[in-house]
Structure formats: structure tokens, C-alpha cells
Design a protein around this ligand. Sequence first.
Ligand SMILES: [Zn+2]
Length: 451
Amino acid sequence: MALILKNLSLVTPRGRVIERGYLMIEGERIAAIGEGAPPQALITQSLVTTLQYPQIIDATHKLAIPGLVNAHTHLEQTFMRGYSANHSLLDWLRNYIWKLQAAMTLDDIRLACTLGMIEAIRGGATAIVQHFKLPLTQEHTDAVLRAASALGVRLVLARGWADRGVNAESSASIMADLGRLFSDWHGGADGRITIANGPLAPWRCTPELLQRTTELARAHGAITHCHMNETQDEVAMTLKDSGMRPIEWFASLGLLGDDFDAVHGVWLSDRECALLAEHHATVAHCPGANMILASGVAPIVKLLQQGVNVALATDGPASNDGQDMIEMMRLAAFMARVTTLDPQVMSPSQVLDMATVNGARAARLPGGQLVVGAPADIVLIDMNAAHIQPIGHPLSSLVYSARGSDVDTVFVNGRILMADKQMVGVDEVALLDECRERAASLAKRAGISAA
Ligand SMILES: [Zn+2]
């Protein structure tokens, strides 16, 4: 199948905008991009390769951007929204999130994650790094992977684990399940699903298992993805345990590399920033979650200046409380400027890179740029709205004016997941009804009311 989008604006690498151009998708790939009207030769080429006329869609007032990569979330937390007000990270985890998570049934997980994926797609994400905290049984994990496979989104499942503290799992069970996931799911669903090693946080993991799981991930060409330096309390815990700050401790264990994602990285010393740069590691920046939980401000401008790969993420829907990556771009820009008092930092193009190409690099995914030959992971934003028009500069309008609800059409691997703001093949009304009912009975079972 071939499809040509015409009369649209496109964001190409390094923030270059084609104000009026075309884009052609053939099968799973971007087959052509150009300025002006699509040339007749493209239609001829499509006839030769696909033996049929391409579908041509007039996309006037749409802006095509690379699909956004949400570099860190916990999708199952859609059933836990609304509990984060007035709590610090550790209080919120212990008194709400851990209790709710422990009470989730298989159906709860499937529905909560499906809802989270739909919300993410609606907010412009084509790829999601799902740091999955609830591998209670193999079926729980497989339910998430099957849901992603059916919806068509790209998903990296970082298998969460902790072998110390509350709900600690045995090292044998963690190693066996990770091994199973790599052999059964890594590269599944036409390459849309990959597996990662997901230790939950330094203070919840033993050094031996951190090293063994990282070795296993490396043997499969996969990443290790861990919450790091999110709050001052957590840094203090690792300092007490190991005599080192978390990033220093991980470096001493040989865990840092271009296959390592430090999620949050809020409280980083100069030495830790330098270590991340030296090892070509990634920081997954979650500005929304860091603000709502009053965790602090990550030194993103400094990290970028030192050459660290910074990706952008929402974190879980319970600490954000949404999955809107367009809003995260805006928050990241605002947060960087107000904390450095420098209006020159964090240009719209730099923020978009964090949400696209840097995220793809962090998660070891293809794409992240609108270029010929790349997978057709594309988002069309409807720019014909009162809160956006008239457009001064398309990238500024995207980052400062657009909202997740302006996402109009979403392609992943050439497949249309959403068109004209409607999810394709999903009964959202019925899904929302079912989720409401399930979330209420979950809170009741866990003995929790919103506070
Ligand atoms: Zn998280």
C-alpha cells in the first residue's frame, strides 16, 4: 500500500521545516519527502512497486513530525491517577502506589495499560518505554505485551525488578523471567516490541544482580533502564549503603554505557554529570513528574552542554498525571529557562529532538526523524486551531501552543493507529466505561481513597 500526504508542513532533521510539501509512505517506510506538490514520477513509481495508484490525502494545515518517544512511563498507573497531590515521592509510593499495584488483577493490568497506550498515542507518542513494575506473574507481563502488539504502538518493556526491600523477588526468578522475555518477545510484532532490563532503583537492588542482569541485556543488545537520583532522600540512601552517590556506584559496577538510561537524574553532582557524559549514557527527563512530586529540577542544560543524550518522558500517569508528550516538550522548555534565567536555552528544535531522535537513541529504536527510508512513525498535528493560528514559526507553535488534543493522525510502521482524532479499531467509549468500573473496585480492594 502506498499513501501520499500533500499540502502539509514537515519537520525534517535539525529542525528544518518544509512549509508546504509532501510525504509518501510505502509499506512500513517513508518512501519520499519533498517541497511543493508531489511529482507525477512518484505516482508512477508507486504503480511500478505496488501495482496500484497511491492513496492521496490533502493534509492542508497539518504539521508532520516524527513520532514522539515517551522515554519512561508506567502505563498501569492510569488506574492510580489523582493520588499524588500533597505527597513526597516515598510517602506516595508506600501509602498509595505500592498498595494499589499489589491488588491489580490480570484484567486490571490489561485494561489500565491499554488505556495508557491510547492516551499516549493521543498525545503524539508512537513509541513508549514501559518500565513495568508489576511482573507479578508471567501472564501479567504478557498481557501488556499482547495489548501493545494488538494496538500497533512501539513498546520497549523494561522488566522492573527489586531484590531488596518491599516485595523483593528472588534473583533466580528475576533472571529466569528476563531470559524468558528476551527469548519470547525481544524483536516481536515485526520488531515493534523489545525488552529491556529495568531495575527499579539503586536502593532496591543488590550489586550482584545489577551486574548479572546488565550482562544478560547486553548479550541481547538491549538497554538497562533505572530510576536514578530522583530525590535527595534516595541519593542519601545509596551514599549510606555504598559510600558513593548512585551514578558513581553504578559506574564502579560497570553498568554505565550507551545502553544505560538514567531516569530522572534530578540530583546529580558535577562528577555524576561527567560520568554520564563519559559513558555516553542517557538521562530520561521527566519534568512533569519532578514538579508534581516536588522532587527538584534536573540539570538538563548542563547535561546537554556536556554531550549527554537527554530524552523526554512523562513518567507514570500517577505522577504527572497524564501522558501528553507535547505538554512535556513545553514544560521542559519552560523549566530549563526559568531555572537558568536564560531565554536562549532549550530551543523548540532542541526540545523536539529530545522527544524524538534522542528518545529513539535511548531506547535503541529505529526512527526519530522524518527521512527517506526510516520507519513510517509519523504524527500529524492539526495546526488549524484558535490557540495556534496564526503561525509565526511552526516549531515554536508546536512546542508552545499545540496540545496533545491537536494530534490528528498517528502512523507506526506505516500503519494508521489514529485518523481524524479517532483511534482506529478501538471502542474507546466502552473501554473508558470498563476502566472506570475496574479502577473503583481496585481502590476499594486496596482500602484506599484519594487524598
Ligand atoms: Zn518512573
